[in-house]
Write a protein that binds this ligand. Structure first.
Ligand code: ASP
Length: 341
């Protein structure tokens, strides 16, 4: 029996065309994209397509669109061997992170890809990305999928999705996974880094669609005012906050600042997660005097989690659990390989 792959087309540059009236790139339907890649006919795989009715630029990504993708995978899970999601690169790291939490005990590949240039352009990076992503989604070893997780394939590299970050708006090599090694590299052969891959999960596949969007972000900068800190910490409906700190998790030591944080945690029951502004490395609260106050106030250290994974992990935990202590326990352990602990 042929290996079956489902392509989920959400939009993004890969399928965009130039709208001559407005002179901007706009999402276009999958037929257009399919016609540009006659190579797809040559695969010894069975390809099917499920396209968003109205493809989007990924800057319009929403929790509902994540639910739609997770539902499509859920409904087709036993019918296909692997899934390829075509997605704009701008928020691809967020979607990959969100899906990694929503799809529990995944035992099949979910590979996100897209491109920096539309597939209709001569120098497009979209063809290679699409063709190799399909090949990876269909890869098997001893009749079992090689990849059991949500990953991003872009410009010859396969990364764990919830470790990625879009760091370049112009180069074809748009993604980095600063704190976790590549899962595979495509050259003449696709070389899988076996030691970095997840084994087949023991428990059954399960999908959790609830994601709570009541999460805020406070990015620190020298000179930040009490008014700005207060306005973020007092946002209506806020349940959790990411505080984006300096270096290994450091921030101001002034009383007004620590008191605001402590008040939010102790009086208003907010969960606060410390994520570094650095692209690489880890939060280590207590290493410097400038993070001791945060630790004492009850801020949780985010280790080496990316901002994208931190936001979506909080959405997932608050969407599915009520007990603050339980949520805070899960924030300190790695659920899908999103942290190096
Ligand atoms: N703005 C586009 C998007 O994210 C960029 C891309 O696809 O690379 O949908």
């Amino acid at each position: 029996m042929k290996t079956k792959i489902l392509i989920i087309y959400t939009g993004g540059t890969i399928g965009m065309v130039m709208d001559l009236k407005s002179n901007t790139l706009v999402p276009f339907d999958f037929e257009h994209l399919y016609k540009q890649v006659p190579e797809l006919e040559k695969f010894d795989l069975e390809l099917s397509v499920n396209s968003f009715e109205a493809p989007i630029d990924s800057s319009d990504m929403t929790i509902n669109a994540w639910k739609k993708m997770a539902t499509i995978i859920h409904e087709n899970y036993h019918l296909y061997d692997g899934f390829v999601i075509l997605h704009g690169s701008d928020t691809m790291a967020y979607t990959a992170s969100a899906l990694s939490f929503m799809l529990e005990n995944l035992a099949k590949p979910v590979i996100l890809t897209g491109s920096q240039l539309p597939i209709g352009m001569i120098r497009t990076d979209g063809k290679e990305n699409l063709i190799t992503a399909i090949e990876i989604a269909g890869a098997k070893h001893n009749n079992l999928p090689v990849i059991n997780e949500v990953a991003i394939y872009f410009e010859y590299k396969l990364y764990r999705g919830n470790r990625t970050h879009k760091y370049n708006a112009e180069h074809f090599d748009a993604f980095k996974s600063p704190n976790y090694t590549m899962l595979a590299e495509a050259g003449i052969k696709i070389e899988y880094n076996q030691a970095a891959l997840f084994p087949k999960p023991v428990n059954d596949f399960n999908v959790r669609l609830n994601m709570d969007g009541n999460i805020g972000v406070l990015k620190l900068f020298p000179g930040i005012t009490p008014a700005v800190v207060q306005s973020v910490l007092h946002s209506k409906g806020l349940k959790a906050l990411i505080i984006e700190t300096f270096g290994s998790g450091n921030g101001p030591t002034q009383d007004w600042f620590i008191n605001e944080i402590e008040d939010a945690i102790k009086t208003r029951n907010l969960t606060i997660l410390n994520v570094t502004q650095c692209n690489q490395g880890s939060v280590n609260q207590g290493r410097y005097a400038t993070s001791k106050g945060l630790l004492k106030a009850g801020v949780i250290g985010g280790n080496d989690i990316t901002f994208e994974a931190a936001i979506t992990k909080l959405m997932y935990l608050f969407g599915n659990l009520n007990d603050k202590l339980e949520i805070e326990k899960y924030l300190q352990i790695s659920l899908r390989g999103e942290m190096s602990i």
